[in-house]
Design a binder for this molecule. Structure first.
Ligand code: UDP
Length: 314
């Protein structure tokens, strides 16, 4: 099997490269490295079944030979990143998705789109099920990401319905683990970096907003299962264990043994107040549910960030 992974040098993409190599596939990683990093895939480059192509999938990509699976994961994905790259974010969700689907069509490849819980916006339905259409502000600061992914879902369904491409769509809820960037601006790298440096933890708003955090290995397992199924409607993948951001901050302080204080900052525009996946569909379809609880996942991730913070000090 030859599997092409766009965004393969990113946080989730690099874990997918690893997993599909373990499954015996040939893996072609395509990334333009604007938010991904070669260091994420350095350990894979000696594997003769692994290839890296530096390319922006927002431009067409022609490939020789067969491709059996395309996993389209390229996109800035943290609020700080997509605020810095709003046009690239819109382009990779639209033009990039079009190009990846075009490749899937000519190669007759199975295709999986990485969509996001952001398609639900600031949800009025809780927990979020796949049949909820969402509450998105198209002209707000998060609109560039939310709408690009909503467009990507619509384009994926159009290629499935019109061209018969064998597509899948996952909606990824907050995911964490090793290889997140210390400076990606997300809550977990921020809090861990701040706790380890003894700086105050920046809590946005009053910290009563909730998120539900999924360890990356669990997400990858869900993807590996879905690629074997023929199912075209969206599937939520995430951990339903919901926590307020303030509770989360306390958990990280305790785990890291840090005495950092809290620095309350204004809540960013359109920051979703609640987020928790309903994973009934994934449970039934894939027999899947997350296995790594937050305590264990946070311990593993803290070990990774301890090294990163130590490297920064050097
Ligand atoms: N957040 C926070 N402090 C930070 C970074 C984020 O309190 O330093 C909050 C943010 O306002 C949001 C939640 O943590 O409510 C998760 O933010 P993140 O950027 O990780 O991703 P999101 O789930 O909003 O896409």
């Amino acid at each position: 099997m030859r599997t092409l992974i766009t965004g393969g040098a990113g946080f989730i993409g690099s874990h997918l490269c690893e997993r599909f190599l373990e499954m015996g596939h040939i893996v072609i990683c395509v990334d333009n490295l604007i938010t991904g990093a070669l260091s994420n895939i350095e350990h894979l480059r000696t594997n003769d079944r692994f290839a890296f192509i530096r390319h922006d999938i927002s431009h067409p990509l022609e490939m020789d030979g067969p491709i059996d699976i395309i996993l389209h994961f390229a996109s800035p994905a943290s609020p700080v990143d997509y605020l810095q790259f709003p046009i690239q974010t819109l382009k990779v969700g639209s033009l990039g998705t079009h190009n990846a689907l075009g490749l899937a069509k000519v190669k007759n490849a199975r295709y999986l789109l990485a969509s996001t819980s952001e398609v639900y916006g600031d949800p009025e339905v809780h927990p979020q099920r796949e049949d909820y259409w969402g509450n998105v502000n198209s002209v707000g600061v998060r609109g560039c990401y939310d709408e690009s992914k909503r467009f990507a879902e619509a384009m994926t369904m159009a290629y499935h319905r019109f061209h018969g491409v064998d597509t899948r769509i996952i909606r990824i809820f907050n995911t964490y683990g090793p290889r997140m960037r210390l400076d990606d601006g997300r809550v977990l790298p921020n809090f861990m970096g701040q706790a380890l440096r003894g700086e105050p933890l920046t809590v946005y708003g009053d910290g009563s907003q909730t998120r539900s955090f999924c360890y990356v290995d669990d997400l990858v397992e869900g993807i590996a299962r879905l690629i074997l199924k023929t199912f075209h409607d969206p599937v939520n993948l995430g951990n339903p264990d919901e926590v307020t951001i303030l509770e989360f901050a306390h958990e990280i302080l305790k785990l890291s043994g840090s005495a950092s204080a809290f620095d309350y900052r204004p809540l960013p525009q359109d920051d979703p107040k609640l987020r928790k996946p309903d994973i009934g569909r994934a449970r039934e379809l894939l027999g899947w549910e997350p296995k790594v609880d937050r305590h264990e996942g946070l311990e593993r991730t803290l070990a990774y960030f301890q090294k990163k913070v130590a490297q920064q000090r050097k």
